[in-house]
Design a protein around this ligand. Structure first.
Ligand code: NZQ
Ligand code: ZN
Length: 386
């Protein structure tokens, strides 16, 4: 196992009714900026719960954060933050709203010319406004990590930054607030969380038994309980609670400690989203089988472990076992109603040059932390997904 330093100060307020506790964890006497998305929280009663919980706290609102949050839409909020002397940001929504709030928290304290540098030039984020989150969509893990992914439409880039300074002070995980999710967003959440685990697990052996077994248990739960949540005609509290907590643990970075992580599927997937507007999880479901197939020899040991422990496949023919596990993984995504081929979306070989151009435009040559993929591997991976 490699050396590591683990730091995760996010307070989790888990369970039904937990929104009511938020004001205990918001500093007294500072104006709060309530950031939310396109209005789902106004239809399902979450907005009222939050307003009630804020009580007499002075707060201002910044609605309209879009899925795959957009720099151009977020930037005007900095004026509100300055004018109203905002001292705390409260994000209520899915990954996009929370990521948008993290960007604002960092941008508000950024002393350079353009906060986009935080993403494009990896400008260090030392300070940020404190923020809290009420999560409404189990998927990204952003509620318990320091990452944020923002798109800038004018340059067609979707980039990530990470800093402990933007880790939420608290995150509320109330399974009941997810009951209004449409099935396609539940499927997205299961797939995104599943692939987060894969990105941190399916690389090279690191002799890290705790991380491996924890990752495997998350994969099993996301597969079994996730499928139940997807199939439930009426939301079941415990199924949702287990799915929600699994999704948070999938990317609160504990399973990435001391091991070789990847993230190449995410890197390619982000480009597909920028180019074609795919939901984040859909882009990953398309790309992952291609990455797995392409690396099946190099990563044979971990791939076999995945085939055996997650899918119960063992065979003297190692490559056959791995290929079967990849087929079953893709089937799992398709059973959640997600189409996994580029051709399913009317996209052909032209995608290859476009993705390569995108990656070159922000100087990506090697992909992922495992250092076994370069931009030259993209044509083979994508052509296998058409
Ligand atoms: O905007 P509203 O009206 O809230 O509607 C949203 C949105 O349309 C809706 N929704 C959310 N909660 C709901 C609900 N509808 C009904 N009931 C509820 N309880 O769902 C739609 C999608 O929301 P969004 O926040 O975009 O989805 P998700 O949570 O999947 O977030 C995706 C974003 O997170 C980034 C992705 O790249 C993408 O931009 N990621 C962030 C990561 C991180 N910070 O660690 C890691 C991930 O890999 C990912 O890259
Ligand atoms: Zn993801």
């Amino acid at each position: 196992m490699k050396n590591f330093e683990f730091y995760n100060p996010v307070r989790i307020l888990f369970g039904k009714g937990s929104i009511s506790k938020i004001s205990l964890h918001i500093p007294e006497g500072v104006p709060v900026l309530l950031v939310y998305g396109g209005g789902s929280i106004k239809k399902n009663g979450i907005y009222e719960q939050v307003i009630q919980a804020l009580g007499t706290t002075e707060f201002y609102e910044y609605p309209g954060v879009q899925p795959n949050p957009v720099y151009e839409q977020l930037m005007p909020a900095l004026n509100v933050i300055r004018e109203k002397k905002i001292g705390f940001i409260l994000a209520v929504g899915g990954g996009s709203v929370i990521d948008g709030a993290k960007f604002l928290a960092a941008a508000a304290c950024y002393t350079g010319d353009d906060p986009w540098d935080i993403l494009s030039k990896h400008a260090e984020v030392r300070n940020a406004l404190p923020l809290g989150a009420v999560l409404t969509l189990p998927a990204t893990g952003t509620e318990m990590n320091g990452n944020s992914v923002i798109s800038r439409l004018s340059v067609n880039h979707k980039l990530a930054f990470g800093s402990t300074a933007v880790m939420p002070v608290f995150s509320v995980l109330d399974p009941e607030v997810t009951y209004s999710l449409p099935k396609n967003q539940i499927a997205n959440g299961i797939i995104d969380a599943y692939i987060h685990v894969i990105e941190q697990y399916l690389t090279y052996p690191s002799m890290a038994e705790v991380q491996d077994r924890f990752a495997e248990s998350l994969l099993m739960i996301l597969r079994s309980t996730g499928s139940k949540v997807f199939a439930d005609a009426k939301p079941d509290y415990n199924n949702m609670a287990n799915f929600m907590w699994a999704a948070t643990n999938a990317l609160n970075t504990s399973i990435s400690m001391g091991v070789t992580t990847d993230w190449s599927t995410h890197t390619i997937g982000h480009e597909l989203t920028v180019l074609y507007g795919f939901d984040h999880a859909v882009s990953l479901a398309i790309v992952l089988p291609g990455v797995m197939t392409h690396l099946s020899m190099k990563r044979e040991q971990k791939m076999l472990q995945y085939a055996e422990r997650i899918w119960g496949i063992s065979s003297f023919d190692h490559q056959a076992a791995i290929m079967e596990s990849i087929r079953l993984t893709e089937d799992f995504f398709r059973c959640l109603g997600v189409k996994t081929r580029l051709s399913d979306y009317g996209i052909g070989a032209e995608v290859i040059g476009k993705v390569m151009d995108q990656l070159r435009s922000h100087d990506v040559n090697a992909l992922g932390g495992a250092k076994d993929l370069t931009i030259d591997d993209i044509p083979a991976i994508l052509s296998s997904r058409i």
